[in-house]
Design a protein around this ligand. Sequence first.
Ligand code: ADP
Ligand code: MG
Length: 208
Amino acid sequence: MLDTEFFRRWLRAADAAVTREADRLTALDSPIGDADHGSNLRRGFHAVLEALDSPEGAAATTPGAVLVLAGRRLISSVGGASGPLYGTLLRRTGKALGDAPEVSRDAFASALHTGVEAVAALGGAARGDKTMLDALVPAVEALTGGGTFAAARAAADTGAEATIPLLARKGRASYLGERSIGHQDPGATSSALLVAALGTAQGGGPGE
Ligand code: ADP
Ligand code: MG
């Protein structure tokens, strides 16, 4: 079972990963964006950790409440497209978890599916459009039916790398048309970091 502490560890591990990889994320956002993805996420996840340490954060005593609070903070602290999108992912995943004090892996996989669908609805994107969904959708598929966090991580990494030859159809990168081909999508790359952070939160996961 995954308890509230697991979800706090997940967000701490995500903050550590986006902080460590901020320069790489910004470098990926340079040829096909506006070179702010790393700084956007670093600012956003620092704000999430601050919120979790605040009195409001102390009152978030269920997995769902922790994720809803984190999502709201991402939406309010990140100006770029990724803030509302990642914020929606966490907020809608949290809402789907309800007020259970701990949740099974299957319940989490199903809630994350709901969150990813909400990202697709908000951004009007689908897998193959060269966005964060190219890492998130395969990760959820890997988790659904009992897959491990390691399997989800591998699926997200493969999905992020598979964005390189794709033509961007959504977001800033889509303004470049054919010139978006040949570059890895920054949002898919950060999504793979967030999925990898699940393994870190569980303990024993290599890398983060
Ligand atoms: P901005 O594009 O506003 O500068 P960021 O640089 O922080 O925001 O984030 C860019 C990432 O957001 C892209 O690499 C892509 O993965 C993701 N993204 C952009 N638009 C969409 C969308 N409509 N649906 C899903 N993801 C998107
Ligand atoms: Mg950008």
